[in-house]
Design a protein. Structure first.
Length: 454
């Protein structure tokens, strides 16, 4: 401190080194060495502290840097997640918009479909009503037309049946010479015809045919009302008693009988026939030849029978059909549409039962075909022999039109000119009519449908 009254002196501060140095001047060497060691230790400690602090600061800086990087990475990840979330949100929004658009489109389409369905239902209802109305009109017109056609058809059928009956009656009234079998004498020629009243069948000797207004002479008659049957073939007792049967073999493994006439005359009959038997068959049949059964027929009544042999099979068929129609006309209670009348016209017994039927497999085999054949009809007929129980062909004459057309033995005739004569029902062959009765005499070409074993 300066003395009073004196001006202060300027003192400069002392540096630590100088202070230490000044202090060292007053220290001993040992103290100085201890102090130096302590200073050095302090410096080293300070240095180590500084290094530790520097390392700590570096570590802190590195940690801060790492933290900053992590924060940057997290921020970047957060930004990426935000961007992805934004993209997802945008996509979801777009999907929601698309779904809304689809929903709106579906609603519109559904509305259109419902509208179309409504219109279609309405159209279907309208069309149904229109069809019902049109069907009613068509049905009414068809019914009216059917009634008209039926009336016309019935009238035409009646007229056709009338003309057919009248043509048959004309043929019957014109008459024909037949070979007549008798129960008490040899066969002889007789002229047979239908009377004007169309109720009586008369016959006499060909040389004694009465004139229209002349005396009747020795005539024999049979009333059609009394007829029980117009039989086909030689099946009556008179035929069997006046003839003998001879079997003729032919293809097909079956036998067909012909009639050999017994020419021994009775003494009660014409004596000329004893010495000249060939004269008895001059107009109808040659005595040296056997009589074919398909030329024979009989008009059977309750009291007697008229057994005749026709000049040909065609004449026999025409007379057989005509007499059967007249028989139904005079003895039937209804028209030809009646089943009983049809069976009577066909010559089928009403007591026809299963015992008389034939199985189709026995006649035609397991397989058969149906063929359509056209046969030309000549004066000698078709040249075939049929089994009346089955309409099966038993024999085909060599060189006949039937053989030329292709008919074979064992064929079963099914249809004749559109008329069914044979059907197959429940495995049985059922003849509905005889082939001869279904043949139209006015036609020269006959259309046949036959069943043939395959």
């Amino acid at each position: 401190m300066d003395a009073p009254g004196t001006s202060p002196t300027l003192r400069s501060p002392m540096s630590p080194v100088r202070r230490v140095t000044t202090q060292l001047d007053h220290l001993t060497a040992s103290e100085a060495a201890a102090l130096l060691a302590a200073a050095r230790a302090a410096v080293a400690a300070e240095r180590s502290d500084a290094v530790a602090l520097q390392e700590k600061a570096v570590a802190n800086a590195l940690a801060v840097k790492q933290t900053q990087e992590e924060l940057r990475a997290a921020h970047a990840a957060a930004e990426a997640a935000a961007i992805a979330a934004a993209h997802r949100a945008a996509n979801e929004k777009a999907k929601a918009v698309a779904a809304a658009a689809k929903r709106a489109s579906a609603v519109g389409t559904l509305a259109e479909i419902e509208g179309e369905l409504t219109r279609e239902r309405a159209a279907m209802v309208i069309q149904s009503h229109v069809r019902t109305y049109l069907q009613q009109r068509v049905y009414h017109r068809a019914w009216t037309l059917v009634v008209f056609v039926q009336k016309r058809y019935r009238s035409r059928a009646v007229r056709a049946l009338y003309h057919r009956i009248m043509s048959y009656c004309k043929m019957l009234r014109q008459g024909e010479v037949f070979l007549k079998f008798s129960s008490d004498g040899p066969p002889h020629d007789r002229f047979v015809w239908l009377d004007k009243d169309m109720k009586t069948l008369s016959w006499c000797h060909p040389d004694e045919i009465p004139k229209e207004d002349g005396p009747k002479g020795h005539l024999k008659t049979i009333a059609l009302r009394d007829c029980v049957e117009v039989a086909e073939g030689a099946i009556t007792r008179t035929f069997k008693r006046s003839s003998s049967k001879r079997a003729n073999g032919f293809s097909g493994g079956e036998d067909q009988s012909t009639l050999r006439l017994k020419l021994l005359p009775s003494l009660k009959k014409d004596m000329d026939q004893v010495f000249h038997p060939q004269d008895a068959f001059s107009q109808v049949h040659n005595a040296n030849l056997p009589v074919q059964e398909h030329s024979c027929f009989s008009v059977v009544s309750k009291e007697r029978s008229l057994d005749l042999v026709a000049p040909s099979n065609r004449v026999r068929d025409d007379w057989l059909w005509a007499l059967r129609m007249l028989q139904i006309h005079w003895t039937g209670t209804t028209d030809l549409a009646n089943v009983h009348s049809q069976r009577k016209l066909m010559g089928i017994d009403e007591d026809f039962c299963e015992a008389h039927r034939y199985r189709a497999v026995d006649l035609l085999g397991d397989e058969y075909v149906e063929l359509l054949i056209e046969v030309k009809r000549t004066d000698a007929g078709m040249g075939i022999v049929l089994d009346a129980a089955t309409n099966k062909i038993l024999k085909v004459d060599p060189g006949s039109e039937s053989e030329i057309a292709g008919l074979l033995v064992r064929d079963v005739v099914a249809v004749v000119d559109g008329t069914a004569v044979t059907v197959i029902e429940d495995g049985f062959i059922i003849p509905r009519s005889l082939v001869a009765s279904a043949v139209n005499p006015a036609k020269e070409v006959i259309e046949l449908s036959v069943f043939r074993p395959y």
